[in-house]
Design a protein around this ligand. Structure first.
Ligand code: XUL
Length: 529
């Protein structure tokens, strides 16, 4: 009997803060299957709230065994969803950034000898020496200060690692463990990021950290693409380098899948495992961003990812090594005031209706007759500024009570101008090839997207395949790396989307002066250090 030609599929995972998601795509990159495990609901025995455990003084951790058990569950759910694992050519993953996983001395041997008769979590029960500090942890201010001082200041650290020191970054987190829990530090044979930890579960050995997620540690020299010795020394001892292992480019095929998955789930033995990376890095791949393109995730906070040709040294935001060959570097900017702030002011101005809010927007002109606003309901990260509300008229004079329609437009134009101004700081250059790809809840609001198109002077697209760009990006990276290795072009590899908003011809006349006014206004707002 002639065996029917099997379809090729690619598997992606997203180990995010609150859930583990998995997705299978075909050669056309369309989604075939999905499964998901919600930590609080499906694994209540770990007693997490929002996937984490909060301690005193800003400590936030998660038990790594929770993620392992979630993987066992999600694999079973994929089986129930009808996934034929023998068609999976390659897999990869995304994970929340910055979190660290501390492996015990015998963990790697355990990973390499998993019995297919049991779940992974029962076999790795003693593989971790402590709970994992995650990106929400803010308990390392003293360590950030010490790291910056050791390298000659915040600016110097940003020049080398792409970011000044941040509490959630892994270097300061490691330093805190080294300083306050030396026994844990010494008991750990290896330290992984959540992404490389998750990858290790599939690889059957400890996977290397990838350069893109590795850029979120304050330890990597993003120019030389290797650990910075001084930063390592400031955060640990002479064993830190070997605990971390050498980082690898994100688009790396790390080898074949562990026999555990072949025996237990029917994967083919040659299924490739491609390095896992951070969720924001993976989103860049999911949005198919090229140099000069902007990915805009409009969520509770707004996140902007940007493909760059060369690194910059921002004092606000982060520059990372790029996760795909299409963007050698990337910038990541997290704006604390995103959808929640938009929603607060919508409620205040018109009540809970976006339609009514958009009606207000339509009743004023683009440029808002000179009214310009900065609305920070919560302290802003980019730029680092105190909470407050500032609205000025065309002549620069502050106004107290502008009309609702002027406030509505001032809020959204102010946000779009901020995104553009700070993207420019980290190296965005707009030209005719530039485009914005929007995702997240607010990406359905055409009025908002039109404002972004005009302010950025670039057409706005929306990701149609899937709402979760990081998850989709994981499967796409698996497919891209696999197909590049064998020299095959897959039919889904070129995105086919059309713009939902394009800039009006007078965008420049209106928004270039407003951009200058935004920059002046932001200088008058109290800075945070
Ligand atoms: C990025 C960051 C978050 C996490 C969330 O710097 O801390 O976006 O990656 O998963």
């Amino acid at each position: 009997m002639i065996e029917e030609a099997k379809k090729k599929t690619f598997l992606g995972f997203d180990f995010s803060t609150q859930r583990l998601k998995a997705l299978v795509i075909g050669e056309d990159y369309n989604v075939l299957h999905e499964a998901d495990v919600e930590f609080d609901v499906d694994l209540p025995e770990f007693r997490t709230a929002g996937g984490v455990v909060r301690g005193e003084r800003g400590e936030v951790t998660a038990p790594p065994l929770l993620w392992v058990k979630a993987l066992d569950m999600v694999m079973d759910r994929l089986v129930v969803a009808g996934v034929d694992f023998s068609t999976v050519e390659a897999l990869s993953g995304a994970a929340q950034q910055h979190g660290s996983v501390w492996w015990s001395k015998d963990a790697e041997a355990k990973l390499g000898s998993l019995s297919a008769d049991d779940f992974v979590h029962t076999q790795l029960a003693t593989a971790f020496v402590c709970d994992s500090p995650v990106w929400m942890d803010s308990s390392t201010s003293a360590d950030c200060k010490a790291l910056e001082e050791a390298l000659g200041g915040a600016e110097e650290l940003a020049k080398i690692t792409g970011s000044r020191a941040y509490e959630r970054f892994t270097g300061p987190q490691i330093r805190k463990v080294f300083r306050t829990k030396p026994r844990v530090y010494h008991a750990a044979a290896r330290i992984s990021l959540v992404s490389s930890f998750a990858c290790s579960l599939f690889l059957g050995k400890i996977a290397p950290i990838d350069l893109s997620d590795g850029s979120g540690m304050n330890l990597l020299d993003i120019h030389k693409m290797q650990w910075d010795e001084r930063a390592l020394k400031a955060c640990g001892d002479e064993t830190l380098e070997s605990k971390l292992g050498a980082p690898v480019p994100t688009a790396t095929d790390l080898g074949a899948i562990s026999p555990y998955y072949v025996q237990r789930y029917g994967f083919k033995p040659e299924c490739r495992v491609v390095a896992f990376t951070g969720d924001n890095c993976s989103a860049l791949a999911g949005l198919r961003l090229r140099t000069g393109w902007v990915g805009l995730s409009l969520g509770t906070s707004d996140t902007l990812v940007l493909g760059l040709d060369a690194p910059a040294a921002p004092l606000a935001g982060h520059v990372l090594v790029g996760p795909t060959p299409h963007a050698p570097y990337m910038a990541l900017l997290c704006f604390a005031n995103g959808s929640l702030t938009r929603q607060n002011h919508r409620d205040r101005l018109v009540g809970p209706s976006w339609e009514a809010f958009n009606e207000l927007l339509r009743s004023t002109v683009r440029g808002n007759m000179g009214y310009l606003g900065v609305y920070f309901d919560t302290a802003e990260i980019v730029p680092r500024r105190a909470a407050g509300r500032w609205v000025v008229r065309a002549d620069g004079r502050a106004v107290d009570g502008a009309a609702p329609q002027h406030e509505a437009r001032a809020l959204l134009e102010g946000q779009a101008l901020a995104r553009r101004a700070h993207a420019h700081h980290v190296g965005l250059h707009i030209d005719e090839s530039s485009r914005l790809i929007a995702t997240g809840g607010a990406a359905v609001n055409k009025e908002l997207l039109q404002i972004f198109a005009d302010v950025f002077n670039a057409p706005v697209y929306v990701l149609e395949q899937h709402g979760n760009a990081a998850l989709l990006g994981a499967a796409i990276r698996a497919a891209d790396v696999w197909s590049a290795a064998i020299g095959l072009k897959l039919i889904g590899s070129e995105p086919t989307v059309s713009p939902v908003a394009t800039p009006y011809p007078d965008h420049d006349k209106i928004y270039t002066p407003m951009l200058a006014r935004y920059r002046e206004l932001i200088e008058t707002i109290p800075k945070l250090d």
